[in-house]
Ligand binder design. Structure first.
Ligand SMILES: CC[C@H](C(=O)O)C(=O)SCCNC(=O)CCNC(=O)[C@H](O)C(C)(C)COP(=O)(O)OP(=O)(O)OC[C@H]1O[C@@H](n2cnc3c(N)ncnc32)[C@H](O)[C@@H]1OP(=O)(O)O
Length: 302
């Protein structure tokens, strides 16, 4: 596999299984999977409720809210569809620098809507839903935006997997992240296991998945799952997250986006491809307005 950027899109170059030359938008599965995607889209339409709300702010930080309060922000079928749409919207947002992912009404997300899970018990259909969510969450993580999940209340099952599709996680003092999959007779299927291993290492990932362990903020920070603890008081967690994130998004969008692009390629590509991508991204900022301005003001880094 080789991934590289063409314009602002991360593409996968080899598609031996699907015979495709390239793929748009950082998706895992390309057009060879379109028929199956259409099938699962139809199915997901049958499980309505809740919404995924996106506010793109002038600061360059967008806030995406998972909202289905009657079901602790569980993902209904239509919310899965909406997640795809919101990620597409963010892929087109060229002024964007940062993204906060949060849950509505003081809790993060309790995973898949169990009503939908019960109705999609067939393994083939389950795998299609899993591919659909893997696609959405992979594209979310590959956005050229620095992203943070703000966990208030509980992030369970698919909700815990969603937190790993962000670059960082902040936890409110009384919150928990819990990969409850084992207790459901499952393993993560939204890409959460692959991402978790990269975040906390295989030993810790095995403990979290094998023991379905509760991760509180202190444990989260100790193993590197959480990047900081925030105040859970109403509104305060979001405000604290915005402030925390602005420490990384301060500056011109092209530079911040370039930072995220070289980190994604470094994380995902074999070294030679990562080096090539880094050179290409470097070329987009070298001699650019921010670079020239810094040279003119003889910037010192004391
Ligand atoms: C495992 C992976 C899989 C995947 O797709 O990959 C999943 O994500 S399956 C879902 C995994 N999540 C769960 O199993 C959560 C089960 N629910 C709970 O443990 C509790 O409800 C909890 C801890 C989230 C909240 O407990 P609390 O006592 O505070 O509130 P209630 O239990 O009264 O919940 C309020 C209301 O929300 C409904 N609810 C909660 N989670 C879900 C869910 N995932 N799907 C559908 N509905 C959910 C719960 O049933 C209550 O509704 P009510 O009508 O009042 O019964």
């Amino acid at each position: 596999m080789a991934l590289s950027y063409v314009g602002r899109h991360l593409i996968r170059r080899t598609h031996v299984t699907l015979g495709l030359p390239c793929r748009r938008g950082g998706a895992v599965y390309g057009s060879g999977y379109r028929a199956e995607e259409e099938e699962i889209r139809q199915k997901l339409q049958g499980f309505p409720g809740g919404s995924i709300n996106l506010v793109k702010q002038e600061s360059g930080i967008a806030v995406m809210t998972i909202s289905n309060p009657a079901r602790m922000n569980a993902f209904s079928g239509t919310m899965m569809l909406e997640l795809h749409d919101r990620v597409s919207e963010l892929e087109e947002w060229t002024e964007g620098k940062g993204l906060i992912v949060r849950g509505d009404a003081g809790t993060f997300c309790s995973g898949s809507d169990l009503n939908a899970v019960r109705a999609i018990a067939d393994p083939q259909e389950g795998m299609k839903m899993c591919m659909f969510m893997q696609n959405a969450l992979t594209r979310l993580l590959r956005l050229p935006l620095i992203s943070v999940a703000v966990v208030e209340g509980k992030a369970l099952g698919g909700g815990s997997e969603l937190t790993t599709a962000c670059d960082f996680r902040l936890m409110a003092t009384d919150s928990e992240i819990r990969f409850v999959h084992k207790h459901m007779g499952l393993v993560p299927g939204w890409g959460g296991a692959a991402r978790l291993v990269r975040i906390v290492g295989s030993q810790n990932a095995l403990k979290l998945l094998g023991g379905a362990q509760k991760v509180d903020p202190a444990y989260g920070e100790r193993i590197g799952l959480s990047d900081g603890t925030v105040d859970p008081l109403e509104g305060a967690a979001l405000e604290a997250a915005e402030q925390w994130l602005s420490g990384f998004t301060k500056g011109p969008a092209p530079v911040i986006r370039a930072v995220k692009k070289v980190v994604v390629s470094g994380r995902e590509l074999p070294l030679e491809d990562a080096l090539r991508t880094e050179r290409e991204v470097f070329g987009t900022v070298w001699g650019g307005p921010a670079n020239l301005e810094a040279l003119a003001r003889k910037a010192k880094h004391k």
